[in-house]
Design a protein around this ligand. Sequence first.
Ligand code: F6R
Length: 588
Amino acid sequence: MCGIVGYAGRGGAAGEIFECLKKLEYRGYDSAGISTADRGEIFTFKRSGRVQCLSEGIKSLPGSVGIGHTRWATHGAATDANAHPHVSGAFSVVHNGMIENYAELKSELAASGRKFLSQTDSEVIAHLLDYYYDGDLADAVRLTCARLKGCWAIAVLCTHFDGFAVACRGMPVILGRGDANYAASDVNALAGRARERCILGDGCMALVTPRGIQVLDGALAPVKPVFGALGAEEEGESGQDCAHYMLREIRCNARTMRRTCAAFLSSGGGAELYSRLASADMIVLVGCGTAYNAALAGARLLGGAYDCPVTARLAGEARCDPPRVTRRSVCIAVSQSGETADTIAAAGILRAAGAYVIAMTNVGYSAITRLADRVLPVCAGPEICVAATKSYIGQLACFHMLASPSCAALRSKCICAVADDVEKLAFDGEYALVIARLCVNSRAVFFLGRGADVEVAVEGSLKLKEVSYVFSDGLSAAELKHGTLALVDEGVLSVVLVTDAALADKCKNAVEQVLSRRGRVAVVTTLADVHAELCGRVDASWLLPAAPAHLAHFVAATALQLIAYRAALLAGHDPDKPRNLAKSVTVE
Ligand code: F6R
């Protein structure tokens, strides 16, 4: 969840690393820091707060090699002392992941007289390196890594080495080559800098100097790295001049729908997938957060297309209480980043029990792709805003493709038609502001819907709460009277989704129930008659572009994303970096 960067070149390392860290900040923004090495000395500047806090302090860091870090705090508060890099003797270290046995290592090192300056698990790595070092950096890294339990990635600077080392187990490290040599947690950080990239193998290390990159396996045997060109997607998107990534990414929803369908159709593997799903005795979808909410929609879609039971499970629960799968079962692990610890664990457990695992992910080189039997790409492109938007829309598109065994091309065509409306909505959805204003002026916001709108309501609620910090919940409108109605009064807003004419009357009942308790109501609908009937009676009614009921979630979810975005701005928060959160939740 933290971001690490290494640079070995000819220019000023600190400035280069600073720019790379800015692109990794979505992985954590509790603190940031940079170390550089110059003429046998290490120079470090680190601060709690965002990467920008480094801008002045790093100006005095000399040298053309260095490492940097942006932190999402796990062990120890967001303080200067807990910020990375951590320094011991000749070493400076940045770390992503968790050292499960750090307490044991810390007492061992403390007993030998080493002083700790932070509460982090990471600081033990710097001390271990210094302890094991006898003039051979690779060997010190090897011996240190052998002591670390858990999943982690590290970058190491040593006063006696003109470059840096990186090593990883269970966490990604991408190596980059261009005018200088790089390493980073995510290829995004290298966009516009490296021309080629290579994924560091699990359990391997790399020694990176201004002259080249040497990769070694866990026993220090050389490994030939396979570099590929940085794809256009990875180089970042241009031409969409938005104030925030969140809006820019919502505006990519339509493109994601088109690309995801096209990738599925052109992959040529649909027939094999369909027959596997058709012969499955059970289909289990696992994911966390927004990916789980997409899985809820996926379960509805796949349940309508295949005869076996289809269930969506929270990955964090499924890993502790896994369903009884067989060799005929299929698990679909849904994850934007492909790095989410709970999703990886759940998929791994189900695979070990015999299930065929399909990874539905936005990141082609992620950990989940290495575990899965089959990868289904969600073509959203890099998603930087911590709140998932376009990746959710892409996951919905992917589920539609999976749920269309005999009509994928036709379904894709229909999705592309809806994408045109989603695009217009994302660029012109000004009415979102009206509902956003109601949200931020409410004590709580309930998102209500029936049928497929329930899943959209749950996701809309997650989006609102995470970026605006307004208390919110999403539930079936049928459930309102079974408890939640007790909370409704004039300080509470209910956002009622209505996209299926067959369920419209039931939704209208919910509107009446709320109005009769003096609750405030905003209607979000694709149905002109519902809008016409309710717009004069409720606090706001937003008529969205019409869409067939089974595809309306693309439109409704986009509208709710826009509401959340506007609410974040009205509440004065940075929508791209919600407090306490980070993207790629690689810890349990
Ligand atoms: C919410 C959000 C999170 C993620 C969740 C899973 O906007 O982004 O809830 O959806 O942490 O992440 P991935 O999809 O990367 O596995």
